[in-house]
Design a protein around this ligand. Sequence first.
Ligand code: DQQ
Length: 512
Amino acid sequence: MTELTHPLATVPRGELVARAEADPHRPRFHFVSPAGWLNDPNGVSQWNGTYHLFYQYNPEGAFHHRILWGHAVSTDLVHWEDVPVALEPGLGPDDTDRDGCWSGVLVNDGGVPTLVYSGRHGERELPCVAVGSPDLLSWSKAPENPVIAAPPAGVDITAYRDHCVWREGETWRQLVGSGIRGRGGTAFLYESADLRSWDYVGPLFIGDSSGDQEATDWTGTMWECVDLFRSGAGVLGGPGGPADDVLVFSAWNDGDTRHPLYWSGRYSGDSFEPAALHRLDYGGRYFYAPQSFKDESGRRVMFGWLQEGRPEEAAVEAGWSGVMSLPRVATQAPDGTLSFAPVPELERLRTGHVQLPGQVLVGAVDTGIAGKQLDLELELELSAGSTVRLGVLGSGDGREETVVELSLAADGSSGTLFLDRSRSSLSAEEEGLDTEPREGPVPMPGGRVSLRVLVDRSAVEIFANGKPLTARAYPVLDGGHVTLAAEGSARLLSFDAWTMGEIFGGGRVLFP
Ligand code: DQQ
């Protein structure tokens, strides 16, 4: 690790891991970096049976600076083992990635593991390539870097970085995320025979940044981390219907990481014909920069970055920042929308099963369940006009609680998932915590809802009929009580709860 010192590097490196481990807000069954800063998932993949998770990492401290690629492996998508850092910024003054190895992907180049990433130099990022050893544990940067010398000429761009690379017949195709000033976000399409020499094809599709900037589906002035895939059985470029493909991107605006969105539509030839725009996770920036891959069993598995909801100074003091989401499987419904569920492998962390009897919910129910690492599964039936509230991370006396609310409209036509964080933490104001609510629509045919809530200390992942809402909460009181209450008429069909185990046994080192 190079010895460069940033003004925010106030915690001695030797103390970072212990500080991070001692923080009660640090998740125990989500992947987190050994300490320091983590952001986007990169190079997510399965290679000869082993899952690989690379990630944007700054071991210098809990702030974003001079990013390198951390690397962890898993055989079950649940337990992760740190392996050596994969990419570090170049040390030469002219190196394309002198100021950071930004996000990218892993591809299989005829058996050779190959990373395509954004090398940062000053304020500019350019596409770079690195080649891995057969075990994917050591990486050499290609002498040809940058493999694309500049963004497309004659286009006034807002930014240019991040990659989606796939094979189509004999040809490699690549998207680089970008934005055209005054028009909207975009993804530039390129072609190559060897991943080293690329021909520019054109913009795959251009968004429209003129809409309401406050809207939860505003598409931004630049698209980060574009991810194009076919979610069904077919392959990109093969025959498909008008909504068979998905173009995921993270809407960005001038340094502001807004939210992940996706277009359903059809990728064909050199363009993407959109059918509809959708929100990917109702938590917005709490599930940012997602990246997905098809695993060896054919599942589309996605990871995202859970940003912090506390100020940078608090994270710096805590010695760590950023949580990787639990891996979630994406499937596509006939209407083109995506449905998500945590991978079933996570169930191996469950212990201490508790069940509540099915019942008509009238007022509040004493669940008797408590814990800061929980997996909760509820089947509910709401009558029109009713609301069910599930409180987690509660102090038990009403002072602190994070509330997951499900409601069905009075005419029964639409459902809503709402997360109330106004009482998540007693010290929200003095600590400057984000307590903004989050919400989004959930189809509730017949008033039925399958609700899954995974609580891992400050990380909360909610799935209501497959629609995700991810967020952070930082309670200061102990308890972790779970409460259940209804307004109007609702039935609890089943309620299963488990305590979740831990995935790291300690002994992690800052710079594996
Ligand atoms: N984070 C990376 C970029 C990407 C952004 C830098 C998204 O490559 O655009 O750490 O969070």
